[in-house]
Design a protein around this ligand. Structure first.
Ligand SMILES: NCCCC[C@H](N)C(=O)NCC(=O)O
Length: 463
C-alpha cells in the first residue's frame, strides 16, 4: 500500500511541467525553422532567382517524404514500437541534418547556375531549389515525427492531469518559434545575408537535440517508477502494447476520419496561407516588408497566449466539439474578407490576422486532446501519425497548388526590382472554399461525438 502511494516524477507539478518545457524547446526550434523561410519569398526571387512555383515546391517539400514515402506512418509505428526516447532523438537528428542541407543549398548552391556533380537542374528544378527542397523534406520528416512523439509524451506525463492545458502550452511555445521565425527572417536576412536566419535555426535545433537527451534521462526514471508502481499494485504487464491490429481499429473508427479530415482542411487554410501571407501583406495591403513577416506571424503570437487559455477551459469545462465548430467558422470569415479585392486597408489585414490567431488557438487546443480521448495510449502514436499523415497531404498539396496558381493566373505586373506583383484573389478564394469544408466536417464530428460517446464535450480533468 505504501509502495502504491509513492510519488512518481510526473506526480510533482514542477517536474512534469519542467519536462514539458524541455521537450517544448525542441519543438520551438522546429517551428522556427519550419517558418523562417516563408517571409523570404520575395528575396528568394531577387537573390536566388526562385519563381513562385519554386517557392511552392520548396514549401510543399516539408510534407513530401511524409506523404509519398509514408515516413509519418513509419514514424508512428517506430514510436509505438520503440518508444518516445528513441524516436524523439531520431526525429531531432533528422531535423538537424535536413536543416544543414537546406542551409548548404542556400549558400553553396545559391543562384540559377549553381551545379552539383556537374548538373544545374534536377527534375526540372534549379539544383539549389531541389537541394533546399530535399533538406526541407528531411527536416519535415523529423519535425512531424517529433510532433507526434511530443504529443505522446504529454499524454503519458499528463494523463488524468492538466492534459489539454499542457498540450496548449506546448503548442503555444511552438508558436513562439513560428512567430520568431516570421519576425526575424527579413530584417536578419537583410542585415546578415539571406541564409543567416536558417543558420540560426540550425543552432537552435542542436540545442533542441541536447534538450531531448536531458528529457530522456527523466523519462527513463519515470518508466522505472511506473514499473515499480505496477508491481506494487499487481497490475504488472497489464498495460496495453501496440499491435498492428490497432492500425485497423484506428482506421475503422469514424472519429478518426472526422478528426483527420478536419485537421487537413483546417490546417491547409492556416499554415500554407501563412507561407504566402507576408507577400499578401506587402502587395495587397502596402505593409512595409520589414514588418510584413511579423504580421504574417501574428496568428502564432495570438495562439501563444490563447491556446493555453482555451486548453484550460477545455480541461475544466469540455466543449471541444463546439469549439472546433467555432474555430472553423471564424476561418471562413477571415479568408473571405482577404479575398475581397476592394478591402485593402492595412488595419483590416492585421485585424483579420488576429482573428485567424483566435481560430488557430481554438481548434488545436480542442483537437489534439480530443485524439487522446478517443484512443488509448498504446494507439496514440499511430493515431497521431495517421492524422498528421493526412494533414501533410494538404500541407504538401496546397502550397504547391497556390505557387502554381500565382505564376499562371495571378501575375499583374512587375516591380522596379523585376519581381512579380500578384493578385491574391484566386488563392484567397481557394482558402475560403477549404475553410467552408472544414466547418461541415466540424459539425459532423459533433454529431459523431453524440452518437459514439467520445465525450468530446466533457471536461478532461478527473477530480
Ligand atoms: N508549420 C508546422 C506544421 C506542423 C504540423 C503538425 N503536424 C501539427 O499539426 N502540429 C500541431 C500544431 O497545431 O502546430
Amino acid at each position: 500500500m505504501t509502495e502504491q502511494l509513492k510519488l512518481k516524477l510526473n506526480d510533482s507539478k514542477a517536474t512534469r511541467w519542467g519536462a514539458l518545457v524541455i521537450v517544448a524547446f525542441t519543438m520551438m526550434a522546429a517551428y522556427y525553422v519550419n517558418d523562417v523561410v516563408a517571409p523570404l519569398k520575395t528575396m528568394l526571387e531577387t537573390d536566388l532567382a526562385w519563381s513562385s512555383t519554386d517557392f511552392g515546391f520548396f514549401t510543399g517539400g516539408y510534407s513530401f517524404l511524409n506523404v509519398f514515402f509514408l515516413m509519418l506512418i513509419w514514424g508512428g509505428l517506430i514510436l509505438d514500437r520503440f518508444g518516445i526516447r528513441f524516436t524523439g532523438k531520431l526525429a531531432t537528428i533528422l531535423m538537424v541534418g535536413g536543416t544543414a542541407l537546406e542551409y548548404y543549398a542556400m549558400t553553396g548552391l545559391a543562384g540559377a547556375d549553381a551545379t552539383l556533380f556537374g548538373v544545374n537542374e534536377i527534375f526540372g528544378y534549379k539544383t539549389g531549389v531541389f537541394v533546399a527542397f530535399a533538406g526541407y523534406s528531411i527536416f519535415g520528416v523529423g519535425a512531424e515525427v517529433a510532433g507526434i512523439t511530443v504529443s505522446k509524451i504529454i499524454a503519458k506525463w499528463f494523463r488524468g492531469k492538466e492534459l489539454a492545458t499542457a498540450m496548449g502550452v506546448q503548442v503555444a511555445l511552438a508558436r513562439i518559434g513560428s512567430q520568431a521565425g516570421y519576425a526575424v527572417a527579413i530584417p536578419m536576412a537583410r542585415a546578415l545575408g539571406l541564409p543567416s536566419p536558417v543558420l540560426l535555426g540550425l543552432i537552435l535545433l542542436v540545442g533542441g537535440l541536447i534538450a531531448f537527451f536531458i528529457f530522456s534521462v527523466m523519462d527513463k526514471k519515470l518508466d522505472k517508477q511506473m514499473e515499480e508502481a505496477a508491481i506494487a499494485a499487481g497490475t504488472e504487464g497489464e498495460e496495453e502494447k501496440f499491435s498492428f491490429k490497432d492500425v485497423k481499429n484506428i482506421l475503422v473508427n469514424p472519429g478518426f476520419w472526422l478528426i483527420a479530415l478536419l485537421c487537413v482542411l483546417f490546417y491547409s487554410c492556416v499554415f500554407p496561407f501563412q507561407k504566402f501571407a507576408s507577400e499578401l501583406m506587402i502587395i495587397k495591403y502596402g505593409i512595409n516588408e520589414n514588418v510584413a513577416g511579423t504580421f504574417a506571424g501574428l496568428p502564432a503570437l495570438g495562439a501563444l497566449i490563447l491556446t493555453p487559455v482555451f486548453g484550460g477551459f477545455i480541461d475544466k469545462r469540455g466543449k471541444s466539439a463546439s469549439i472546433m465548430i467555432l474555430g472553423a467558422a471564424m476561418l471562413i470569415g477571415v479568408h473571405f474578407i482577404y479575398a475581397i479585392p476592394a478591402i485593402d486597408y492595412w488595419l483590416v489585414a492585421i485585424a483579420l490576422m488576429i482573428i485567424l490567431g483566435i481560430a488557430f488557438s481554438l481548434v488545436p487546443s480542442a483537437m489534439w486532446p480530443a485524439v487522446a480521448k478517443i484512443f488509448p495510449v498504446s494507439q496514440l502514436g499511430t493515431a497521431y501519425a495517421l492524422i498528421f499523415f493526412i494533414q501533410n497531404i494538404g500541407l504538401w498539396g496546397i502550397p504547391t497548388l497556390i505557387g502554381k496558381v500565382l505564376d499562371v493566373y495571378c501575375i499583374v505586373g512587375q516591380k522596379a526590382d523585376g519581381t512579380n506583383m500578384y493578385d491574391y484573389t484566386i488563392p484567397m478564394c481557394i482558402f475560403t472554399g477549404i475553410a467552408c469544408l472544414s466547418l461541415v466536417v466540424a459539425f459532423l464530428l459533433k454529431r459523431a461525438d453524440k452518437k459514439y460517446g467520445y465525450q468530446l464535450e466533457e471536461p478532461n480533468i478527473q477530480e
